[in-house]
Design a protein around this ligand. Structure first.
Ligand code: GAP
Length: 573
């Protein structure tokens, strides 16, 4: 096989999976169109994601605008710090990502270098566009957000969101009420995000408009080690490439999630739970476990908001290990930031099981005397006294910048024990963040295969039936003698049972199989002359190419089971 990337993209273009956008005007790098089959496959992947996060986890989906006002991204830190390091090739004038140039030139540690160090490090590297040695270049920060203005003639700045996550954070107060003021809860969102990537050249891997599927799970900070359903994944095993392994250049070590948490490898049960869920989810869409690894961020690689972060990386024959999902413990960073910026409370009242007895000192002012003496200032003095620290001769309070001494005989200090019912806390956020386009590419690349059938080359997409756009093809052996009408009836019946069935009567049967193999259709039904006599059809499996004859009335029950994976083709042969 020649370069799998070229082959996959050629097939994807030819058969309607992925197209360059606005091609008739000349495509724009970093944007793609999903064609009819690509859009369907993407939808299936998103629906599998929904199955895990919405159905299994019970986190409802929300949908926020893709443009938000500036304040949102000032709070989140994106206005100030969401940038990549850029330089310009002095020869061909191409704008380049300086850290990528460094990586390509074998320079280590570029991600954590300051601009001057990086500029010096890449001076001997070649420009990936023109191939000439860069020499002296300036490296500077380029903010990746697309900015716009909101409203005609408006000065109101807005940005296209660089992640869906902020929508869940700014909706926190409403989400909290929706979930009846109880932790933990989660909200998820699937939608477009935008980043003005510098010279994206990696097909579907680095886009300027891409789809994210993100979950924000709000938890009590003291409960991060008690995921209520942790037992589901406690014994789930996988190789983990910790930051310590990376620093020592050691390989990943396989362990269970229980061992990872108990051994301090993964920060807490919540992060470990979503690492395992992500592994299961990626395997469900067809990612091979031997091409999937979980890599912990190095301490200096983590985002400013994260305490622990793991990337699910999928191996690509063209691009190497590609970050496809990030699972981060974002702590209370975002909620604190939005609370401060917006002036809105973003806390949860946590009621204790039994009220706590708390020793409290109350200062009770002599209102009559203080009121007469201080008149207009009295109210402010009463308030200031509540938090004052009195000495035996009185208390100093500050009102409107003026320090006022209140003698001890004008207030009473009462030490009492009070019942405290609970406390206000700012939840922490665990965030699994999936890049749907990268998942789509990985699925296509791993499914692409070529073999030889009857002496002819066959191109086949070995897609999981769960993500294949067309789930079954229905072929009349001849488009006459009633075989066509029976085939159409079968197609309609299967469609009514939620199966995407495609009727095809054009060309030799072998060509029809090849057409469907190439787009990954896992099953093909052939209606032949025997079908009319015995009310049976043959069903063919794309991968083994085995065929089995079964009763037509069994199809509506069998096809959904085959597609959903509850039975396998080998079981019906
Ligand atoms: N809310 C956290 C967040 O956005 P991220 O690691 O920047 O974290 C999450 O992005 C995922 O989004 C990545 O793992 C990747 O799959 C996808 N992603 C990020 N930038 C992308 C781009 N330019 N093109 C395609 N996918 C991208």
């Amino acid at each position: 096989m020649s370069d799998v990337f070229e082959n996959v993209m050629d097939l994807a273009k030819r058969r309607g999976f992925i197209w360059p956008t606005s091609e008739c005007y000349g495509a724009v790098a970093g944007f793609i169109d999903y064609g009819p089959l690509g859009a369907m496959m993407k939808r299936r992947i998103e629906d599998i994601w929904r199955h895990f996060y919405v159905f299994q986890e019970g986190y409802y989906e929300i949908e926020c605008p893709t443009i938000a006002q500036e304040a949102v991204f000032i709070a989140s830190g994106h206005v100030k710090g969401f940038s990549d390091k850029m330089c310009q090739c002095p020869h061909c004038k191409e704008y380049l990502r300086a850290d990528h140039v460094a990586d390509g030139g074998g320079v280590c540690g570029a991600a954590t270098m300051d601009n001057e160090t990086l500029a010096a490090a890449i001076a001997t590297c070649k420009c990936p566009a023109c191939g000439k040695v860069l020499g002296n270049v300036e490296v500077y920060n380029f903010n990746l957000m697309f900015s716009t203005t909101i409203g005609p003639g408006s000065q109101r700045v807005g940005y296209l969101r660089p992640e869906t996550a902020q929508g869940m954070f700014v909706d926190f107060a409403r989400l909290l009420r929706f979930y009846r003021d109880k932790l933990p809860f989660g909200a998820v969102q699937i939608g477009k995000s935008y980043r003005n990537e510098i010279s994206p050249r990696q097909g579907m891997i680095r886009l300027r408009e891409f789809t994210q599927a993100e979950a924000e799970i709000f938890v009590h900070p003291d409960e991060k080690n008690h995921h209520p359903a942790f037992s589901r994944y406690a014994n789930y095993r996988m190789p983990l490439l910790t930051y310590v392994h990376q620093q020592k250049c050691e390989p990943a070590v396989e362990m269970s999630m229980r061992e990872a948490v108990d051994g301090g490898v993964i920060a807490n049960e919540y992060v470990a739970y979503y690492v395992a869920l992500t592994h299961e989810m990626l395997a469900t869409i067809g990612i091979r476990p031997d091409r999937l690894r979980f890599r912990q961020h190095l301490p200096d690689e983590r985002a400013h908001y994260a305490t622990d972060c793991w990337d699910a990386e999928v191996y690509s024959e063209r691009f190497g290990w590609v970050e496809t999902v990030g699972i981060a413990d974002r702590t209370n960073y975002d909620l604190n930031a939005h609370a401060k910026q917006s002036g809105t409370t973003m806390t949860v009242f946590i009621q204790y099981d039994t009220p706590k007895k708390v020793q409290r000192r109350r200062i009770i002012p002599n209102m009559g005397v203080l009121g007469r003496q201080y008149r207009k200032k009295a109210k402010a003095i009463f308030a200031a006294l509540e938090t004052a620290t009195p000495s035996p001769d009185g208390a100093d309070v500050t009102v409107d910048g003026e320090t006022i001494h209140i003698p001890a005989d004008l207030f009473e200090v009462r030490d009492e024990v009070v019942d405290v019912r609970g406390e206000e806390i700012v939840p922490h956020v665990i965030e699994p963040s999936y890049g749907i386009d990268r998942m789509c590419y990985a699925v296509l690349e791993q499914a692409y295969d070529e073999d030889t059938v009857d002496g002819e080359k066959r191109t086949v997409l070995r897609l999981s039936p769960k993500v294949a756009p067309v789930q079954v093809a229905v072929f009349p052996l001849m488009s006459r003698d009633g075989l066509d009408t029976l085939s159409e009836e079968i197609t309609t019946t299967l469609q009514k049972h939620g199966i995407l069935a495609e009727y095809d009567d054009s060309g030799a049967i072998g060509r029809r199989y090849r057409r469907q193999d190439e787009i990954g259709t896992p099953f093909a039904i052939t209606v032949d002359y025997e079908s009319k006599e015995t009310h049976t059809v043959t069903i063919r499996d794309r991968d083994s190419m085995k065929q089995v004859r079964i009763a037509i009335d069994k199809l509506p029950g069998m096809l959904p089971a085959l597609v959903g994976g509850s039975i396998r083709f080998a079981e019906i042969v």
